[in-house]
Design a protein around this ligand. Structure first.
Ligand code: GLA
Length: 377
C-alpha cells in the first residue's frame, strides 16, 4: 500500500464506457456514456516551489515540470498528459501552484475506457484543489479536451472528458455534444448487466485513423451543406440523407451514413432505457457495432471476433466495441444469472480465434470528479 498520509487532497476522475452514440460527439450528436468506478486518482500537496513533481504508484519514474515551461514536455513518455493539462488550465487563466502529485491510475491504459481523459480531468481538478479553487467540472472537461487535442494530438470530441468529469453514480448520461446539455437517466438494466471485456490488443488513438475519420466527417458535412441548411452532421435527418447522399463519394457516404443512423439509434436507445426495454437497447447496440464495422470501419479483427462471439451466446442481447475503436473494450448486455458462464465462454472463444487473451473488468457506474481531504485535514 502506498503511503498517502502527507498529501492534502485525494482527487479522482473516472474512466468511461460509451453505451451508444459512437463517433458522433465531434459531429454535434447526442451520446450516451457513463462514468466508471475505474478511476485515475491524484494525491496532491503544495510544495512551495515553481514545480509540479509527479510520481506514480505503478511506475518507478518521477517527473518534474517547471510551471513556467509547460509547453516543453510533449516528448515525455510519462507526464505528458499532466503537463498538457496543466498548460491548458494555465492558459485558461488559472493559477498553477507548485505541488507534489502521486498518480494512481486504475483505468487500464489503451483499453478504450478513456484512461487519458481520467488522467487529464483528475490532474486539472487536483491543480484547482491545491490552488484553493472550486473548479467547474464542465470547464475542467473542456480544458482536458483541449489538452488531448493540442498536446496529445488526438482531435477528440468532448464525450470522454465530460463523462470523466460530470458522471453520476448509477446514471447513464445523455450528453448533447452541440450544446453540452446533459440529462441523467437511471442505468436500470432489469434482468441484465453490462459486462466490459478488453480485447487486449494494443492500440492508441494518436496513431490510429481516429483523426482521419474526423476529417472525413468534416468533409462530408461541407459537401452536404451545399444543399442542406445544417450546422453539423448530426442535424442531417435520415430523409435528408437519402435525398443527398448521392453527392458524396463512396467512403464519405459510408462515414456520414453511420453518423446519421447512429444519431437515430441514440434517440431510440434513450426511449428504450427510460422504458426499461433492455432487449431493444441490446438490438441497437448490435446495430451500432455493425455500423462501426461496415460503414465507419473503426473496429478490427480482434474486436469483431469478441463481439461476434458475445452476440452468439444465448444470454447476450447486445454487444459492441465501445470508444474510439481499433482495439480496446467491448460492452455486452448479458442475463444476470448467466454472467459467469458467459464470461468463461467468451474468454475461451476469443482465445481460440486470436493470439490475445481477453480480460473482463468489473466496474460500477460511478461519480465523475471527487475531491476529498486526506486525513480529514
Ligand atoms: C474517443 C474520443 C471521443 C469519441 C470516441 C468515439 O474516445 O476521445 O471524443 O469521439 O472516441 O465515439
Amino acid at each position: 500500500m502506498t503511503d498517502v498520509k502527507g498529501y492534502e487532497y485525494k482527487v479522482s476522475a473516472s474512466g468511461r464506457v460509451n453505451i451508444i452514440g459512437e463517433h458522433i460527439d465531434y459531429c454535434g450528436g447526442k451520446v450516451m456514456p457513463a462514468a466508471l468506478s475505474l478511476k485515475n486518482t491524484v494525491y496532491v500537496r503544495p510544495n512551495g516551489t515553481d514545480r509540479i513533481n509527479i510520481a506514480w504508484t505503478t511506475l518507478p519514474d518521477t517527473v518534474s515540470l517547471e510551471t513556467g515551461r509547460l509547453e516543453e514536455y510533449r516528448h515525455l513518455k510519462y507526464g505528458n498528459y499532466q503537463a498538457g493539462s496543466a498548460l491548458m488550465w494555465q492558459r485558461a487563466g488559472h493559477k498553477i501552484v507548485g505541488c507534489d502529485m502521486l498518480q494512481d491510475c486504475k483505468v487500464p491504459f489503451g483499453s478504450g475506457l478513456s484512461s487519458s481523459a481520467a488522467i487529464e480531468v483528475s490532474t486539472i481538478a487536483a491543480l484547482a484543489a491545491v490552488a484553493g479553487e472550486r473548479a467547474d467540472p464542465v470547464e475542467v472537461a473542456l480544458t482536458a479536451q483541449a489538452a488531448e487535442r493540442e498536446y496529445a494530438g488526438v482531435n477528440c470530441g468532448i464525450m470522454d472528458q465530460y463523462a470523466s468529469a460530470c458522471g453520476k453514480k448509477g446514471m447513464a448520461m445523455l450528453l448533447d455534444c452541440k450544446t453540452l446539455e446533459c440529462e441523467y437517466i437511471p442505468m436500470e438494466l432489469g434482468d441484465y448487466r453490462l459486462i466490459i471485456t478488453d480485447c487486449c490488443k494494443p492500440h492508441s488513438l494518436s496513431d490510429s485513423k481516429y483523426n482521419e475519420r474526423r476529417a472525413e466527417t468534416e468533409e462530408a458535412l461541407k459537401i452536404l451543406q451545399r444543399r442542406l441548411d445544417v450546422s453539423c452532421l448530426a442535424e442531417v435527418t435520415p430523409a435528408q440523407f437519402s435525398q443527398c447522399s448521392y453527392m458524396l463519394p463512396k467512403t464519405l457516404r459510408m462515414r456520414a451514413e453511420h453518423v446519421v443512423n447512429e444519431c437515430q439509434r441514440v434517440k431510440t436507445a434513450e426511449q428504450a432505457l427510460r422504458a426499461g426495454n433492455i432487449e431493444l437497447l441490446g438490438r441497437l447496440i448490435n446495430q451500432s457495432h455493425a455500423s462501426l464495422k461496415n460503414l465507419y470501419q473503426t473496429t478490427g479483427f480482434e474486436p469483431d471476433v469478441l463481439v461476434e462471439a458475445a452476440q452468439n451466446h444465448p444470454a447476450c442481447i447486445g454487444s459492441r466495441l465501445t470508444g474510439g475503436g481499433f482495439g480496446g473494450c467491448t460492452i455486452s448486455l448479458v442475463k444476470k444469472d448467466s454472467a459467469e458462464e458467459f464470461t468463461d465462454y467468451l474468454l475461451r472463444a476469443y482465445a481460440r480465434r486470436t493470439s490475445y487473451r481477453a480480460v473482463c473488468y468489473s466496474a460500477e457506474i460511478d461519480d465523475g470528479i471527487t475531491v476529498e481531504e486526506v486525513n480529514g485535514k
